[in-house]
Ligand binder design. Structure first.
Ligand SMILES: *Cc1c(COP(=O)(O)O)cnc(C)c1O
Length: 483
């Protein structure tokens, strides 16, 4: 079988046994630096996910220094680490103000968006058990575009997720469909600002009306007011500044009556080191259900705010430093670069007749797919619709762009960062060429990612594909046994 990963110079580079004696530190650091070059980087602007590089050298150095001051500390016990607690409270309160939360707002700093979402699910499940004890099979309603951390949380906490389909044109749920998904077992509504797949903000104001049982669209059992979590893991630290730059942004934060909590990731557009996210509740009346305590452990009386035990100090200090070190004007300045790059991508993609943007992205996330347009080699009006995953494969294999592929519908996803301002024209030139090649060489559909997604689309059983993916995960985390 083809190796999934590079060999790092062969078996002599394997380190599967603890060395008997230490190697010289300088040599080890050299090796680490060499290996690191294989990883995706934000520096060259060729990737469109994962990294969130602010393209500000001095600022990045500063955040790294802040991280290093607390790199070995542990936020598990606030009484032993009062400085970390102070930094955490500052980050939470700054984020709450930024999201226009009421003065009663409280929150928790977590290790990432996934943990923030898991904590929210846990809190709302406990709350439902306390105030609606008759609900034995709780359900949470979310658009199908909500982040995968939601179904993961449903799996972990045994809460059923009811997914609402999205409208093809807007990439958000129709409010009538959303209303129909609410039952007498519903304990929470979810919306995203924006949802990751297409970068479009859900109709939070309308969902909030459903939550409160007011407004033109009726739901079953409107006597209960339902809580509403807005997942702004992606948008929380940039949409406030997009709005300041006078771009149109639908209302989605605590200004919308009915929003009870928001998740927002410092380690995305907050430019913090990885390992920092926030979960903000409008009041402790909700957050208190997130906390957990245990009294029978010989190790002592135990209480814990979130999912982890030991909590790294570095990301907390890094998140604090990034926020205070940028301030509103710093965030606005970076956001301006991001949005200029985004506008250039959108204009360039729209100028290619065989491509179209999905929905109306309001922030820095774009998804695009292909559409029918005149075949470039035809004079009699013949149309051609290239396969968008073939376009992605050509962009990756021939032009060395890191490509993010999506499904239902198949499309390419871009998370736009400041560094992309410098490469957007190169990207669009390669993209135009990749589209032409995909039209002229349709047989490429039978190889690469196009073939893989094509095959899974023909398999009727989701369980079969899911078990295949779990097998694949085992292979990814296996090591060669031959060295
Ligand atoms: C990234 C993301 C998450 C999950 O965050 P992690 O930090 O990757 O765990 C949740 N929701 C949205 C919309 C995201 O973009």
């Amino acid at each position: 079988m083809k190796r999934l990963f590079p060999e790092f110079g062969g078996p002599e580079e394997h380190q599967h046994t603890l060395p008997e004696t230490p190697r010289p530190y300088a040599e080890l650091l050299d090796r680490l630096q060499k290996w690191q070059k294989l990883d995706a980087s934000g520096e060259n602007g060729r990737h469109f996910a994962y990294i969130y590089d602010p393209d500000e050298t001095q600022f990045k150095e500063f955040v790294k220094n802040a991280y290093m001051i607390f790199w070995h500390e542990n936020a598990l016990n606030p009484t032993a680490f009062p400085a970390l607690r102070k930094l955490e409270m500052d980050v939470i309160q700054m984020t709450a103000r930024m999201l226009n939360a009421p003065s009663t707002a409280v929150g928790t700093l977590t290790s990432g968006g996934t943990e923030s979402i898991l904590c929210a699910i846990k809190a709302y499940r406990e709350r439902a058990r306390a105030i609606w004890p008759h609900i034995t099979e709780p359900e949470i309603v979310a658009p199908i575009t909500a982040h995968v951390a939601f179904p993961k949380g449903g799996h972990l906490f045994d809460v059923k997720f009811v997914f609402v389909p999205i409208d093809e044109k807007t990439c958000t749920p129709r409010i009538e469909d959303y209303a129909k998904a609410i039952t007498s077992n519903t304990i929470l509504l979810v919306g995203s600002a924006p949802a990751y797949p297409h970068g479009v903000i859900d109709p939070i104001e309308q969902i909030a009306q459903l939550a409160r049982g007011v407004g033109p669209v009726q739901r079953a059992d409107a006597s209960r007011v339902l809580p509403l979590h807005v997942d702004a893991c992606l948008g929380g630290f940039i949409l406030p500044f997009v709005e300041r730059l006078n771009y149109p942004v639908k209302k989605w934060d605590f200004r919308v009556p009915g929003v009870t909590s928001i998740s927002a990731d410092c380690h995305k557009f907050g430019y913090a080191p990885k390992g920092a996210s926030t979960l903000i509740f409008c009041s402790n009346e909700y957050r208190k259900y997130q906390f957990w305590s245990f009294t029978k452990w010989p190790g002592g009386l135990f209480m814990s705010p979130s999912l982890l035990g030991t909590r790294a100090g570095g990301p907390i200090a890094g998140a604090w430093a990034a926020m205070v070190g940028l301030g509103v004007s710093g965030f606005v300045k970076i956001t301006q670069k991001v949005m200029r790059a985004r506008d250039a991508f959108i204009a360039g993609i729209k100028a290619i007749p065989h491509l179209k943007i999905l929905g109306e992205p309001e922030g820095p996330i774009i998804a695009f797919t292909t559409q029918s347009a005149p075949h470039p080699d035809s004079r009699d009006g013949k149309l051609a619709k290239p396969n968008v995953l073939v376009v992605a494969d050509i962009m990756q294999d021939k032009y060395k762009w890191g490509m993010e592929r999506q499904q239902n519908p198949n499309c390419i996803h871009l998370t736009v960062m400041p560094r992309h301002l410098a490469i957007v024209n190169d990207f669009l030139r390669d993209l135009a060429d990749a589209v032409q090649t995909a039209i002229r060489e349709p047989e490429r559909e039978n190889e690469g990612s196009a073939a893989m997604y094509g095959m899974t689309a023909r398999i009727p059983s989701a369980e079969l594909i899911e078990s295949y993916l779990i097998e694949l995960e085992s292979q990814i985390f296996d090591v060669p046994r031959d060295g």
